[in-house]
Design a binder for this molecule. Structure first.
Ligand SMILES: [Zn+2]
Length: 258
């Protein structure tokens, strides 16, 4: 018997996420969401930072909370994304840690090497901050996707349903790790932007058979018209064969279908 569209709908998905959502990036996030809605994408995962760089506590910002509640009521999903999104450099950092934490992540790999108890405390405070805004969250994504093993144990213990890394989505409910590399753009320098455009065009073609396509957007991407154009173009192309959904929605569907 031929499979219906419904049987297949969770096999061909597009998850678009916006990283680093906070009062510091709210206006830009709103613009990105408008552009995505114009393309036909309303189900978006918003990766929210509870106190961005220790300068923007969401729980103390009623206007941000109201906005976030409205977005979640309209189909978006709030995902916890670190706590401060900042990793303090430490005296005992060796050369490798210095490369990863400063060059690769620009000092933002907050959950890269946290001890489990520290991670657990931040995860609980982060969830409480989102709840104080009137939204719930089932997922956690570490800043720069850098999640150490102690911190990952804490994510499970704090009862989150899932986490994502650059090449995987880990479902703690089913125990499955879904392989899917996220599109992501690096815009900090001109040469990085040029490389990003070429790499993402190639990656998009290479991932065309994957059940799940992922597009990860950072607010500074929208400062660069060529990057913004490519993201929207790839999103539009993906929609020809995929249904847009949030990480949470996709995982609920895949669990039910397996
Ligand atoms: Zn981030």
């Amino acid at each position: 018997m031929e499979k219906s569209q419904d049987d297949n709908e969770f096999c061909r998905a597009l998850v678009v996420s916006i990283h680093d959502v906070s009062p510091l990036t709210q206006r830009r996030t709103y613009e990105i969401l408008l552009d995505l809605a114009e393309v036909g994408i309303r189900d978006v995962s918003l990766l929210v930072i509870p106190d961005h760089h220790r300068r923007a506590r969401i729980a103390d910002d009623p206007e941000f909370a109201r906005w976030l509640r409205g977005e979640c009521a309209g189909g978006r999903e709030a995902v916890l994304h670190g706590y401060f999104h900042l990793r303090e450099s430490r005296g005992d950092d060796g050369p490798w840690k210095r490369i990863v934490t400063r060059s690769y992540t620009a000092g933002e790999g907050e959950f890269f090497d946290l001890e489990k108890p520290t991670a657990l405390a931040l995860l609980r405070s982060g969830r409480a901050a989102l709840n104080a805004c009137g939204v719930s969250c089932t997922g956690f994504v570490a800043p720069a996707w850098l999640l150490g093993s102690g911190a990952e144990e804490a994510v499970v213990e704090a009862d989150f349903d899932y986490t994502t890394r650059i090449a995987t989505v880990s479902d703690f409910r089913s125990g499955r790790v879904h392989r899917s590399r996220s599109q992501v753009w690096s815009v900090r320098a001109g040469w990085r932007r040029t490389c990003s455009l070429a790499w993402n065009a190639t990656l998009f073609r290479a991932a065309s058979d994957s059940p799940l396509a992922r597009i990860g957007i950072h607010p500074p991407d929208w400062d660069h018209p060529a990057i913004r154009r490519q993201i929207l173009k790839l999103a539009r192309q993906a929609l020809a064969t995929r249904r847009p959904m949030t990480y949470g929605g996709w995982l609920v569907g895949t669990r039910a279908a397996s």
